[in-house]
Write a protein that binds this ligand. Structure first.
Ligand SMILES: [Zn+2]
Length: 283
């Protein structure tokens, strides 16, 4: 018995060895991963907040998102309240075979959910989630998709299945319609370029962004965004007198706080190194 235990212990020891070494291997500098365009945009947006002292009110946008999601639930599922003849509650209208208000309610709920998700994503792309937890990051970044699934599919399915006033055929059609609406709203609400604060911090630490560089960026008299490249496709129709060439700081002060998506993608595709006003911190 004693002998057997020793052998087992030795074997366990053997197994432990490589497991201990594995993390050390991972810590070796891997091939530098290029930052995402979304991370660059968020890093610049946070820098703008710091330098101009004007914080974007993402907390308010998030509150508005939840208000809109709540209103979408009202539009879809408001029950009968006493004798009040409220036109909201698509599910109740379905039972009453009152189809016109039902369709209007669904359209309103779809618009509210999409609006909420777009606002939520906009907030995330300026102030991303700080948690390092992958599950928390997924829930936070894909909350629009999750809410679309909960509001249009989960709640709807439960209420339809529980309803004894609807016949089997109507139930089937209603469930199929809910699935289609869920796919539509979920597809628009999902964040295909999620970003975390860790990625944003990496951009800020690894690259030196010179906000005072007079060659920093371009913006136009009528456009709301600023550009890093003068040959950006979005600038092709801009006449010379409407094109401004300034530092990032001046663009921000002129209320051009958002980086153009074409330029963000091109900068990160280049690893940022060929970008005006952005150079590696440790060349
Ligand atoms: Zn551009």
């Amino acid at each position: 018995m004693e002998e057997e235990k020793k052998v087992k212990a030795a074997k366990a020891e053997e197994k432990k060895e490589p497991a201990k070494k594995a993390p050390a291997k991972k810590a070796e500098p891997a091939e530098a991963k290029k930052p995402s365009a979304a991370a660059l945009k968020a890093a610049l947006a946070q820098m703008e907040e710091q330098e101009t002292g004007k914080k974007k009110n993402t907390a308010l946008w998030r509150v508005l998102s939840f208000v809109m999601w709540a209103l979408a639930i009202v539009a879809m599922y408001l029950p009968q309240i006493g004798d009040l003849e409220l036109p909201f509650g698509a599910m109740r209208m379905l039972v009453l075979k009152n189809y016109t208000p039902m369709i209007i309610d669904i359209v309103v709920a779809v618009a509210l959910c999409i609006g909420a998700a777009l606002l939520w994503k906009k907030a995330n792309h300026i102030h991303p989630i700080k948690s390092h937890n992958k599950i928390a990051q997924f829930i936070w970044n894909q909350l629009g998709l999750i809410m679309a699934f909960l509001i249009f599919f989960v709640i709807g399915l439960v209420l339809i299945l529980k309803n004894d006033k609807l016949d089997a055929k109507t139930k089937k059609i209603a469930i199929a319609a809910l699935a289609a609406i869920t796919l539509l709203v979920g597809g628009v609400s999902a964040d295909y370029h999620p970003v975390t604060q860790d990625e944003v911090d990496k951009v800020t630490q690894e690259y030196n962004i010179d906000t005072q560089d007079p060659d920093g960026c371009y913006w136009t008299t009528y456009g709301r965004k600023y550009h890093l490249f003068d040959d950006c496709q979005a600038l092709s129709n801009t006449s010379a007198e409407n094109l401004h060439h300034t530092s990032l700081q001046e663009a921000w002060e002129a209320n051009r706080g958002e980086l153009c998506s074409f330029c963000a993608k091109r900068a990160t595709d280049n690893g940022l190194t060929d970008t005006p006003a952005i150079s590696p911190n440790n060349p």
